[in-house]
Design a protein around this ligand. Structure first.
Ligand SMILES: [Zn+2]
Length: 255
């Protein structure tokens, strides 16, 4: 299957690539892409082409999906995998887009046999092999540099899920050290929890204190959006993420 997929991808890139003018119009003013070299932007366009060819974008609740909207989603979705490759997203297929924040209802049974239900208002969600779910209103806001980026957040969960549960430990590359990763993230997580409990300011979105998985996803948002602030607050987390994503946004994004 490998050769066939490669052959298919080469054909998609050759005959169905995103038109440069449309790509430029949708992405030129995205601050999160600032500082990327011409070569990196070209590779990003190629990845976005494959992303849109291989994923199914599914607008719901009457949302009208335009080509520009698809490009805005795709550009952000492939930024984390710029140096990892499109194979990193092989385990999922659908991206459901709600017009705005959406409500989920979950039920679970506790050890006493009681069934609980909870309603959550969400701007994004990622399931194991299931769909990624996003709110367009949040995606449209996301290119602003503020450390909040639900597309990158959900994509980080998808990378985390590649080796099983979302637990803040994605599959690391050869040469990376799992113990170092764990220690660095645990220390940052504990520091964040301590600060949040004490009512102090946190350098990253306190949503990171929900779980190690959320910590990795939120740190990833900050890594791409506010890398200088992340590096100042948690330099070792920044360093681990730079190894994991194989890029270093501090070198391209202005302070
Ligand atoms: Zn999350």
């Amino acid at each position: 299957m490998g050769w066939f997929r490669e052959w298919r991808r080469r054909r998609v890139l050759k005959y169905r690539a995103i038109v440069p003018e449309a790509w430029f119009a949708a992405t030129a003013s995205m601050p999160v892409l600032q500082g990327l070299s011409a070569e990196e932007r070209e590779r990003l366009r190629g990845l976005a082409t494959l992303f849109l060819s291989e994923k199914s974008l599914e607008p719901v609740q009457g949302l009208e999906l335009t080509e520009e909207m698809a490009l805005i989603v795709a550009a952000q979705a492939v930024l984390p995998i710029l140096n990892l490759g499109i194979d990193s997203y092989d385990q999922w297929y659908s991206l459901v887009l709600y017009p705005d924040e959406f409500i989920t209802r979950r039920e679970w049974t506790d050890e006493h046999g009681l069934v609980h239900a909870r309603r959550d208002i969400l701007s994004g969600e990622a399931w194991g092999r299931g769909p990624m779910v996003l709110s367009w209103a949040d995606v449209a806001e996301a290119p602003v540099i503020d450390g909040y980026n639900p597309v990158i957040h959900e994509c980080a969960h998808k990378l985390d899920l590649l080796n099983g549960d979302a637990n803040g430990m994605p599959p690391l590359h050869a040469g990376m050290n799992a113990r170092a990763w764990r220690e660095v993230f645990e220390a940052a997580y504990e520091d964040l929890c301590r600060r949040a409990d004490a009512g102090l300011q946190t350098a990253v979105d306190p949503y990171a204190t929900e779980s190690p998985a959320e910590c990795f996803a939120v740190m990833s948002e900050h890594f791409f959006e506010t890398p200088h602030a992340l590096r100042a607050a948690y330099p070792e987390v920044y360093a681990q993420l730079a190894l994991f994503y194989r890029q270093s946004p501090v070198t391209r994004i202005a302070v």
